[in-house]
Design a protein around this ligand. Structure first.
Ligand code: PMV
Length: 336
């Protein structure tokens, strides 16, 4: 019998974002999305499988903290509910207790997709603990059902495309290209490691109240086709322009939905201006994207990234820079 499973899974940064859910039970999005797995933003999860099925315990070690602390009731309930979803999805009669230890190499809930890395790792842990062999598509569907939709994009390797689909079987992510296809960098410019106040799940529910939402969906059709072409051609200027446009389009929806969500701070805006200025100067070519948080993701190519790091580490807004390359998806480290 399996006693312990160790897994790791990356966060991912979306070049084309998912915002709004057509079905908030099955987490079916309104549009396809496209992301890259991040080599330096990882969740390491170690789960013990216990015969006493009453024990359901989760301990989390936050970024830069010394000790593992018991997860709060809200998180624990989400995990227990995902355990039931996984059992049903996997059609398993088995029941078990678990004690989970999870740690991140980056601050969570600050726009670096901590829930994607955590829930994709958890999906892999549950599938293995229920002793079901899933293919990548099925594992991606299971990760999507966790409630953090973008977790499905952390399952395949490298660059992931989440096909929106229209039901449980047809909405999943697959690898558009392996990590070594294009040496893009995502420099996460951390201006605030504090947790955000409104989580994505609540935010998704109000997306359609924005007057801009319908327009976003319409223009997304073109953008999705164009970015795929730019990606395969490695046309970085067009690729960057499209990913920036998409980040802005998502944030316009966020800011105009009711109640509005403003994730940006003055520091976010100040960095946006610096990235655009550097680009205009012709010295370095980088593009920004922002998730549900105030930290910025600067996307650049290998030839510019060291210069960007040297520049941004001197900027007063920045507390830390996380340097990411494209990475593999969720993986089992060890089964004991
Ligand atoms: O994965 P969720 O359901 O928590 O939603 C997060 C969505 C964004 O990170 C804001 C955008 C994206 O596509 O990653």
């Amino acid at each position: 019998m399996i006693k312990k499973i160790k897994v790791k899974s990356p966060a991912n940064i979306a070049f084309i974002k998912y915002w709004g859910q057509k079905d908030n039970q099955l987490i079916i999005p309104y549009n396809d999305s496209f992301s890259m797995n991040l080599s330096a933003c990882l969740t390491y999860l170690e789960g013990e499988i216990l015969e006493n099925k009453e024990i359901k315990e989760v301990f989390i070690k936050d970024y830069k903290k010394e000790n593992f602390l018991k997860a709060n009731t809200e998180i624990l309930n989400k995990i227990i509910s995902f355990y039931s979803t996984a059992k049903k999805f996997l059609n398993s009669k088995k029941d078990f207790g678990f004690r989970i230890y999870s740690k991140n190499t980056f601050p969570k809930k600050s726009g670096i997709a901590g829930s994607a890395s955590f829930f994709s790792a958890l999906a892999l842990f549950f599938a293995t603990a229920f002793e079901k062999k899933l293919n990548q598509k099925q594992l991606s569907i299971l990760a999507r059902l966790s409630g953090s939709g973008s977790a499905c994009r952390s399952i395949p390797d490298g660059f992931s495309w989440w096909r929106k689909g229209n039901n449980n079987e047809t909405s999943y992510a697959y690898s558009l290209a392996p990590p070594n296809f294009w040496d893009l960098r995502d420099l996460v410019l951390i201006v605030n490691p504090q947790e955000k106040k409104v989580g994505s799940y609540e935010g998704h529910q109000q997306a359609t109240t924005s007057f801009f939402f319908k327009f976003r969906l319409k223009e997304l059709k073109k953008r999705l086709i164009m970015i795929k072409k730019a990606f395969f051609k490695k046309d970085f200027s067009l690729f960057g322009q499209l990913l920036e446009e998409d980040a802005l389009s998502m944030h316009i929806v966020m800011m105009t939905q009711r109640p509005p969500l403003y994730y940006w701070s003055e520091k976010t805006f100040s960095l946006i201006k610096k990235i655009v200025e550097l680009r205009k100067s012709g010295k370095m070519e980088g593009y920004y994207t922002i998730d549900a948080g105030e930290n910025i993701h600067l996307i650049c190519q290998k030839n510019d990234y060291q210069q960007f790091i040297d520049y941004f580490k001197e900027q007063p807004e920045i507390l830390k820079i996380i340097d990411n390359q494209p990475s593999t998806g969720a993986k089992i480290i060890e089964i004991i």
